[in-house]
Design a binder for this molecule. Structure first.
Ligand SMILES: [Zn+2]
Ligand SMILES: [Zn+2]
Length: 368
């Protein structure tokens, strides 16, 4: 049996998406069919759209979906039809990282999230009998329906709106997880967050939760910096071309214990490294294009016990971490809804444009 859905199909790299009728196949034994209520737009969708990651076309992107389970495969036990769910990234469940509850570092992360098909090569979607690539981050949620592995879906509370919860599955989890999981930011410490987009703002809110004493936002946009102060930043620095250490000094700060990069700007990375206190860590959170290197003075790194750490999806195990984030949100500690602007699904290209121009921090398209 096939389901009919509307999906935003990307037919050429860097192109616009067109909303088309597609056929959705049945969920396989370990998969679920989700009727999507909303999906956030993440920067990684744009990286995939532009072909910087080798994604095949035609394809349906979208990896911050939330909705209701409509049908489940025969082996699925964690959710049932009718359950509200948030979808997150895909992981295999059996490699050493997955077995030790660290699925963001799944040995199969790249193929499962970016190959845009199942491991058996099949796709969940087709149009006029031709396959349309699916399973981006195990979901492809720019659509009214999506097939996802049951491992990717996290049960959502029934009393909170799904359209608000959708961005938890990637962007919010990534920024908050970088602080609370990957770096395990300590109370009383200093945290520099470079880039006040959705991921950076989530990191700022999480740094406040962690009890950091100095939370420094760095961005080009004064509007975003103003919001960062409302969300927890104690210092808001305009990136005006001066080196990071100089900006920090001008703000009365000598160095930082943690620096989190969400910008992907190599010059900023080198500067942030030089602003680390002894035992400081530079966390790499952005989508770095392949082939970009960072050089560092080895004696400087070694002598202060400084570290550089790669971070995927905030080192989250979504099944545990997303409920924790929802609990913080309920207590008013993680007001990520302030980053969101909603767009109807039919206006997905406008929503993308609003995100890329910087006007909206977290665009979310709503299907229902
Ligand atoms: Zn794995
Ligand atoms: Zn993402």
């Amino acid at each position: 049996m096939k389901f009919q859905a509307q999906a935003a199909v990307l037919r050429e790299p860097a192109g616009k998406m067109t909303i088309e009728s597609v056929d959705v196949g049945e969920p396989m034994e370990n998969e679920v069919l989700v009727e999507i209520a909303a999906c956030g737009i993440c920067h990684t969708d744009m990286v995939m759209r532009d072909g910087h990651l080798p994604i095949p076309v035609p394809v349906v992107l979208g990896h911050e979906g939330a909705g209701h389970v409509v049908a489940v495969g025969s082996a699925v036990t964690n959710v049932k039809p009718g359950d509200p769910v948030i979808m997150s990234f895909a992981s295999c469940g059996t490699c050493p990282s997955c077995v030790s509850h660290d699925p963001a570092y799944c040995h199969e992360f790249f193929p499962l999230n970016f190959f845009a098909k199942r491991s058996d090569g099949s796709t969940a979607l087709s149009a006029q009998g031709q396959p349309v690539h699916s399973h981006i981050f195990g979901q492809s949620a720019f659509a009214t329906h999506a097939i996802a592995p049951a491992r990717n879906v996290v049960k959502a509370p029934a009393d909170l709106p799904l359209n608000r919860l959708a961005p938890l599955g990637c962007g919010i989890q990534t920024g908050a997880g970088a602080v609370l999981n990957s770096l395990n930011v300590q109370a009383g410490s200093s945290v520099l967050v470079m880039g006040a987009g959705a991921v950076g703002m989530a990191a700022i809110m999480a740094a406040r939760i962690a009890g950091a004493q100095s939370i420094i936002a760095l961005d080009l946009s004064q509007t975003r910096l103003d919001l960062s102060r409302e969300l927890g930043a104690t210092h808001a620095l305009v990136s005006d071309g001066r080196p990071v250490s100089e900006l920090l000094r001008a703000a009365g700060l000598s160095g930082v214990d943690y620096a989190i990069d969400t910008t992907g700007v190599p010059a900023l990375l080198s500067q942030a490294l030089m602003a680390l206190n002894a035992r400081g860590v530079l966390g790499l959170v952005a989508a770095y294009p392949p082939g970009v290197n960072l050089s560092a003075e080895l004696a400087y790194l070694m002598s202060g016990g400084r570290r550089i750490q790669g971070i995927v999806e905030g080192s989250s195990d979504p099944q545990d971490f997303i409920p924790k984030l929802i609990a913080y949100h309920r207590r008013g500690l993680l007001p990520f809804d302030r980053l969101i602007e909603f767009f109807p699904f039919s206006a997905i290209n406008e929503a993308i444009e609003a995100g890329e121009s910087g006007r909206v921090i977290k665009p979310v398209v709503t299907m229902t």
